[in-house]
Design a protein around this ligand. Sequence first.
Ligand code: NAD
Length: 506
Amino acid sequence: MPNLKPLIFAQKQKLFALSQRSFQTDLLPEGAKAYINGKWMNSIGATTFEVKNPYSKEVITEIANCDQSDAQIAVQAAREAFQKWGFETTGKERGAILNRWYQILTQKEAELGKILTLEQGKTLAEAKGEIQYSASYFDYYAGEARRIRGEVIPAPVLNRQHFHTREPIGVVAVITPWNFPAAMIARKAAAALAAGCTLVVKPAAETPLSALALAQTAEEAGLPKGCFNVIPADHDRIGDISKYLCESHDVNCISFTGSTGVGRLLLSQSASTVKRVCLELGGNAPFIVFESADIDIAVQSAIASKFRCSGQTCVSANRFYIHSKVHDSFVQKLGEAMSKFVCGNGIEKETTQGPLIHEKAVEKVQKLVDDAVSKGAKIVQGGKIIKGTTCYEPTILTNVSESMEIANEEIFGPVVAIQTFETEEEAIQKANSTRLGLAAYFFTNCMKQTFRVSRRIESGMIGINEGAISSAEAAFGGVKESGLGREGGSQGIDEFTQWKYICLRT
Ligand code: NAD
């Protein structure tokens, strides 16, 4: 059994100086550890790296800095575990474990939420919401594990039976970003484990603690050793580890969520072993408000879509196209709603907007705003870094045009960049003028327009009169350079299974 003595963060007093609260958890190991083959382990080189609170910048803890050798051990553990988990368990048995995992996550929502806020910065309410969202995948795939069906197909001759069976693809290497440290792992892990696959998880360097806490809850749920391994690593080591994972014959699938640039790299590195690569990549979501829209609903949805995680989500509304006739009313109502925001430490109850993940992220947002203003955009509100912090003022920019960087790049910050349009055709053309196609949103009360526009928008997901679209039951994913494959829904199982045709002479 791993050492599960309660961890009291070494810097507890300092860390919670702002909230005057202390925090203990038995969801993380004592000392800096990775989780491999059901054991809490140091990295082979015994090296560690610091995990920092993005708001206070204080060191939360040090954690094992894994390298390629650790990754190899983890892959070996997952390979061995796969023989049993993949072929000697039933869907019903796997589903029962996933269901227990769901229940544990639900019970420990508050504790897991705190860990998440500490390392990621988002507000506690959002962090708990992310734990619920993560749990919902285990709930959903606990049921789906029993419904992974094959087919009996009519043979063209009488003395044969033809079958299509579905098999787990094998060992899945999971590489995830820092914006949803629990949910991006849960969305992959729940489906992969339901299908009978085993996993090696490489979480983002900024947010490895939620991944390790998930490992602890997996063990409590009774997941056999080796099925879920976590190898944290810092930025300097990730390149080597990922290259190994992509090129290893013992890894059958790379499941990545992150930026399009890194996704492209992993796809090319995986070419030598022709393995399956599932990519959930960047977004550049258009948010179109047509003339007939209910402006209050559009504003409410803009808040939900744009400001979750302080704008650092892949499905965040990125380019606002507002019909010129409703522009002023939308801007005014949105401004009023945004004036209620409180920026600060995510752990504080009153905070509605946490910090961005690090200095580089806030500087990038400021650069985009400065570029837009220099080319004629108007700041309606916000527009600055909040002094001495990594928080960025919730911002509205109007008079934005296509020539500005902000109209073409993923902002990943709390900035609403608004352009106007006159016709439906113009709005569709602008919405599609990107190589990315993850999420899109539009607002209308015209039924015919609803169908016309949803057919023509080039995007994997569309919210119509709705700004919060994610759900375990639905297929999440993008088109164009936003990715390959889908997560969630019954489609999520497809990523981790392969078809086998069996021909039986009778
Ligand atoms: P990122 O691509 O920098 O990092 C994601 C993961 O890749 C991390 O684990 C990181 O350590 C690893 N990584 C970084 N450089 C690497 C390299 N050279 N080789 C191999 N691995 C490497 O992305 P991020 O900044 O952590 O996250 C933000 C991005 O993720 C945004 O573009 C966002 O849209 C995207 N995202 C997409 C989805 C989705 O479901 N489509 C969900 C969340 C985030």
